[in-house]
Every structure is written in C-alpha cells, then in structure tokens.
Design a protein around this ligand. Structure first.
Ligand code: TMP
Length: 227
C-alpha cells in the first residue's frame, strides 16, 4: 500500500496586549477553517485543559501575585506543559489545526521582558513546556494601549466582573506601553514566525488580512478552498 503522508496540521497562535481583539479573530479563523472542512480546535492560554484552567483561575484572581513574576512564570509553564501534552500535541498528531489565544510569547512578554524575569529561566521553562511544539505562525495584534485600554474599560463596565477585572488588565498605561514594545521586540527577533498586524481596524478587514497571510504561508489552504 502506498504510504500517503497525512496532511500537515498547523499550529497558529495569537498574541498581543490586553483588549486588542485576539479572541474575536481566533473565533473568526476557526469559522473560516471549518468552512473548508479543515478540522481545527480553538484553545487559550493560560488554560485549554481542566488542570491548566485551574492554574488560570489561581493566577488571574491574583492569588499568585505575591509569589513574584519568576514563580508565576513557572506556573504559566506548568499550565502550558499540561496543555501541550494533553491537547495541543495530540490534536496536531491527529491532523487537527490548533488555534491558540496566547501561548509562549505571552510568558516572554509579560513575565520576561515586562516582568523582569531572567531570560534563562524563561528559555528553560519554554523548552520544557513546548517540547518542540513551537507555533508555525504567530499573529501579533498591535494597538496603541490607550485605545485598547478604553475598549477594555468599556467592556468591563458592561461586565459583571467590573469590580475585579483580571489583574493584568489593571496595570497602568505605562506598563501596557512597555508590554506592547515587548511583543514588537519578540516579533522582530522571530521575524519568520511572527506577523505583526495593526489591530485598530475594522474586524472584518483584520480577519481578511489574517486570512491572506495564511493563504500565502500555507498554499494547501488555497487548494482546500478550490476543492
Ligand atoms: P486573556 O485570556 O484575557 O488574554 O488573559 C490572560 C492573562 O494572562 C493576560 O493578562 C496575559 C496573562 N498571561 C501571562 O502573563 N503570561 C502567560 O504566559 C500567559 C499565557 C498569559
């Protein structure tokens, strides 16, 4: 029997600061892939598995804040290790595309470049947690934090979580500016993998831009579209 190679499933991540609209674009991309009958899953970090979601709740409610950024980097990595082992790797192996709302670049940006955690610790944790499963492509959605900030605040006002928010969203504007620069620096140093797109634009237009990049990067999508 001929050994026909399975179609390559792709691993796509979305990164960026708070309120840039990652989740919307992740959902829209999944719809596009489903329309082409490309099996795919949507996930997020921290989270994606029951254990990693438990770590998410622990960190985002602020319960690990007093531990310091280094220990938090370890917690994010523990959640990621479980996420990769239990969900990401098996999904890719079974041919499903994986779209994740945040992944390892968030640890580099938040805990590393903005939080001041030693790059050697970040790199070591990353090697352990990823176990070779780096994303094929990463979209860095970029926006002036002042605009993103206003969007997040407007959203929170409408939300039942208005009094608490999540703790990273409560940092001040200057911190968010440094975070934005951190993501841009990561993209610059990983230019093959990362694509920076302006997020302060109409979501339909951004969705199309993302799709155009994917069509160029993964020509097999074009043949699926024509199939
Ligand atoms: P989000 O789902 O709203 O993006 O919230 C996740 C928060 O956790 C966000 O503020 C970024 C932060 N975070 C880190 O600090 N480090 C990480 O490694 C990840 C994945 C998220």
């Amino acid at each position: 029997m001929l050994d026909i190679p399975a179609k390559t499933a792709r691993f796509i991540t979305f990164e960026g600061g708070e309120g840039v609209g990652k989740s919307t674009q992740v959902k829209r991309l999944l719809v596009r892939l489903n329309r082409l009958n490309i099996e795919s899953i949507r996930t997020r970090e921290p989270g994606g598995t029951p254990k990693a979601e438990a770590v998410r709740a622990f960190i985002l409610q602020g319960r690990s804040e007093s531990w310091g950024a280094g220990a938090e980097a370890v917690l994010f990595a523990a959640a990621r290790l479980n996420h990769v082992n239990q969900l990401i790797a098996p999904s890719l192996q079974s041919g499903k595309w994986v779209i994740s709302d945040r992944f390892h670049d968030s640890t580099r940006a938040y805990q590393g470049l903005t939080g001041g955690v030693d790059t050697r610790l970040i790199a070591g944790l990353e090697e352990l947690a990823l176990d070779g499963h780096a994303p094929d492509i990463t979209f860095v959605l970029d926006m002036d934090p002042k605009i993103a900030f206003d969007r997040v605040n407007a959203r929170e006002l409408e939300s039942a979580l208005a009094e608490t928010g999540d703790r990273f969203e409560r940092e001040d504007l200057d911190w968010h500016r440094r975070l934005r620069q951190a993501f841009l620096d990561i993209a610059e140093h990983n230019a093959k993998r990362c694509v920076v797109l302006p997020a302060n634009q109409d979501p339909d237009a951004l969705e199309q831009e993302i799709w155009d990049v994917l069509l160029r990067r993964f020509p097999e999508l074009d043949s699926e579209a024509g199939a």
